[in-house]
Write a protein that binds this ligand. Sequence first.
Ligand SMILES: Cc1ncc(COP(=O)(O)O)c(C=O)c1O
Length: 420
Amino acid sequence: MTAATPPAQSPSERRLSARISAISESATLAVDAKAKALKAAGRPVIGFGAGEPDFPTPDYIVDAAVAAAREPKNHRYTPAGGLPELKSAIAAKTLRDSGYEVEASQVLVTNGGKQAIYQAFATLLDPGDEVIVPAPYWTTYPESIQLAGGVPVPVVADETTGYRLSVEQLEAARTERTKVLLFVSPSNPTGAVYPREQVEEIGRWAAGHGLWVLTDEIYEHLVYGEAAARAEADGRSASLPMVVPELRDKCVIVNGVAKTYAMTGWRVGWIIGPQDVVKAATNLQSHATSNVSNVSQAAALAAVSGGLEAVATMREAFDRRRRTIVRMLNEIDGVFCPEPEGAFYAYPSVKELLGKDIRGKRPATSVELAAVILEEVEVAVVPGEAFGTPGYLRLSYALGDEDLVEGVSRIQKLLAEARD
Ligand SMILES: Cc1ncc(COP(=O)(O)O)c(C=O)c1O
């Protein structure tokens, strides 16, 4: 040991485990919290940070929860893996929306999509196992992989391909340690949607190399433009295990009610996978959290067994806002935003603006640019650093039309002042 090396601490002197201290705060939630705090202090802040629909949960779903709250059987523990009637309804919904037939025993109901992702990686990964993570990525993925002992291997797709990766890029990232490919379409943060042919190509590549796939389908119903036309023509979204059936034994789907039914606060998601994986993940959940709140499960049951009318109405509003925000962002010199086809995010490149003078400041990174935007015009956006790709901003368009136009107009005016 050299003199410069601090003496090793005894276990009791180490306040936090190395594993947990390595986890960073969710940057998206942090931006949202900052915007909400400024708003609460009376500032006219407009927030583009939130990853949640601005609509209330539909009444028939809330009514089901109210009725469930009055039933004493729901005041008790229920099976850790989910209410049997909800698991069956999720299997039926999967058949309806993806054409994929699964047993109720292949479903695990979790505390939101987030817990589904944590448990899926905890169940699949051993220390050192690599997971290919398409970047820009949603902030939670690398943390959940690392907590499970795995190694995230980001592979970056940029705006020139609409943030879609090619098989060649994936192949270049594959090593002998690769166990899982993470696949997310529609994507948070970019809104990119892979067309069926590309889903098939990627799925065949993964199957050909014996890889596992974790496919996050949480935004499946929020597609627009070409992607919506393709889904309509096919009668369903292009779900990996349907498009590439040979993947089924090594495929885990993550999904939930949060985005489709405006239910982010209810905390219900799920995993669908091979029986052994679901059984093992259920064992983990039985020790970690037990069953998801029965009242929320009753709400989710009403959601997944009902129709898709409410999401159709939301989708219309999101589509209108999407077109407005993309047009207005692309009107700004130095900003380029490819058209997102899904979810509710725009992900413009701001690389050309970095280093320019904006009201006496010279933001050199997208973190600094986001700070200038918040300070100068009170608009909250999330910098690309949060998603593994500096030089970009993420703007959620899940906010009212008037606020959206006002917020982007403020950004337009500010960035028009950028000088060399
Ligand atoms: C891509 C993606 N997957 C999963 C989730 C998890 O959603 P929840 O935990 O609210 O169900 C989110 C939420 O932002 C997301 O963007």
